[in-house]
Design a protein around this ligand. Structure first.
Ligand code: BES
Ligand code: MN
Ligand code: ZN
Length: 491
């Protein structure tokens, strides 16, 4: 999607204007209405369009207006028209005309600040995302005609300047979505690692550890998960040093199970294809690092991705196996399908051991139990430190990603105690399954300030209700973490 900021709509193909609830045109819209001798007002009166949030009405070829057509976009209650509502309206405008035949959509939303103009363009970029690379028979009329968005602004240079960092975040979200959407025959651990390595030109330092190197480090819980796979397990270590030399980094750790069959504790066939996106946590961390580098964030950060494929095989790990993690703790593997925590145990330990970070935040599509607990609109947030949790919630609120705080109750620790090892990888049947998974991870944080985001509910969406998030891969977490870093750790 091409983005431009312009001083006036001129002879646009489609110009979109905002209408607040109860059919009240914004000032910019009023200008077009006057030019068209009241045609916009009349069109609203003759229709059910009232300007409720995200509703749209196209007025084709209104006489007296330079543009080919005017698109009315509902902005709802002006008191509730915040930055997220603006994003939603801009994205709704795009969806209304996506297949119209026009190539350029011009947004004339009236008195927007440069930041708001940038935010509108950003929203259209996110809304326009599609994963169509494998569709060879897509009919021409199903392919978006709109390939460019123009935003009318009174300050072109300031809008462009405000858009630059947001454009970097959009690139990063799109990068993450592509990883999540990619099927597992294409995106296996080494391919994931290659795509991350290819980010180095942005200024990132990327190291890839293979199985031999992880073996030397004693990362047996991670390697155990991958040992049934024909694909080699990988650990990707991504560094961005945009802050002061020697300043403690922020650390982000991602679960990157490129496919989760469950292993010997094999999953049922129904819905197993969803497990191609069991690397959504790693994708979010890779996306975050992409964003930080892309907008040259003034911060030191490290991203660590545990990349494995969980397969059943003659060499696969068995239920009942005991493995020793890099931390030295022994783990009894009760269920080979509780593999994400085994991967993260070593990835978390490695991260704190090597980088001594200010904090660690891990992201993982960790448990079906998080979906049972919260439904599909909230990710679970666990933290051992309010100074880590607070900025995540604050940032999430600004970018429209939902998290719900969950507890780390010490009295549940006994459920992951093992009779023969230090810890086991499942809890008390299905009770509190997301919580016992988090408690397991906590044992590998070595007291580092830490938050765990179980994004199983939100990494993928089948019927999206958000205009900026198309069906499929969400790229969930990239925006929140980028915003958290920007608001709480830069400058
Ligand atoms: N990757 C799954 C969790 C998951 C389920 C993510 C649905 C996204 C959608 C995870 O590895 C898993 O299988 N967890 C098990 C744990 C259980 C065996 C203790 C679960 O949630 O059932
Ligand atoms: Mn699993
Ligand atoms: Zn999994």
């Amino acid at each position: 999607m091409k983005v431009e900021f312009v001083a006036a709509a001129g002879s646009a193909e489609i110009v979109a204007v905002l209408v607040h609830g109860d059919r009240s045109l914004t000032a910019a819209g009023g200008t077009y209405d006057q030019a068209a001798s009241g045609a916009l007002t009349k069109a609203m009166q003759k229709s059910r369009f009232t300007g409720s949030a995200d509703a749209t009405l196209t007025i084709a070829a209104p006489a007296g207006v330079e543009a080919d057509s005017v698109l009315l976009v509902g902005a709802g209650d002006p008191a509730k028209f915040d930055d997220l509502a603006l994003e939603s309206a801009a994205a709704a405008a795009f969806h209304a005309v996506r297949l119209s035949g026009a190539e350029v959509l011009t947004l004339d939303f009236g008195h927007l600040s440069p930041e708001q103009s940038a935010r509108a363009a950003f929203a259209v970029r996110l809304a326009a995302y599609r994963f169509d690379k494998y569709r060879t028979t897509l009919k021409a009329e199903k392919i978006a005609s709109v390939t460019s968005v123009r935003v009318v602004t009174s300050d072109i240079r300031a809008s462009q300047a405000a858009f630059e960092p947001l454009s970097a975040v959009a690139d990063a979200v799109i990068f993450a979505r592509d990883l999540v959407a990619e099927p597992a025959n294409v995106l296996y651990p080494e391919e994931f690692a290659r795509r991350v390595k290819a980010l180095e030109p942005l200024g990132l330092k990327v190291e890839i550890l293979g199985e031999a190197e992880m073996e030397k480090l004693g990362m047996r819980t991670l390697l155990g998960v991958g040992q049934g796979s024909r694909r080699e397990s990988q650990l990707a270590v991504i560094q961005w040093n945009g802050g002061k030399a020697g300043e403690q980094p922020l650390a982000f750790v991602g679960k990157g199970v490129t496919f989760d069959t469950g292993g010997i504790s094999i999953k049922p066939a129904d819905g197993m294809e969803d497990m191609k996106w069991d690397m959504g946590g790693a994708a979010a961390v890779a996306g975050l690092m992409h964003a930080l580098a892309g907008r040259k964030a003034k911060v030191n950060a490290v991203g660590v991705l545990g990349l494995v494929e969980n397969m059943p095989d003659g060499n696969a790990q068995r239920p009942g196996d005991v493995v020793v993690s890099m931390s030295g703790q022994s783990v009894e593997v009760i269920n080979t399908d509780a593999e994400g925590r085994l991967v993260l145990a070593d990835a978390l330990w490695y991260t704190q051991d090597r980088f001594k970070p200010k904090f660690m935040i891990d992201l993982a599509t960790l448990t079906g139990a998080a979906i049972v607990a919260l439904g599909l609109d909230y990710a679970a947030l666990y933290a051992n430190d309010e100074a880590v949790a607070g900025p995540i919630f604050a940032a999430a609120d600004k970018v429209g990603e939902n998290f719900w705080r969950m507890p780390l109750p010490p009295q549940y620790e006994k459920h992951i105690d093992s009779p023969i090892a230090d810890v086991k990888n499942t809890g008390n049947g299905r009770a509190g399954g997301s919580i016992t998974a988090a408690l397991f991870l906590q044992r590998f944080t070595n007291g580092t300030p830490w938050a765990h985001l179980d994004i199983a509910p939100t990494a993928w969406v089948n019927k999206s209700t958000r205009n900026t998030i198309p069906d499929g891969a969400v790229g969930f977490g990239v925006r929140t973490l980028d915003r958290m870093v920007a608001d709480s750790y830069e400058g």
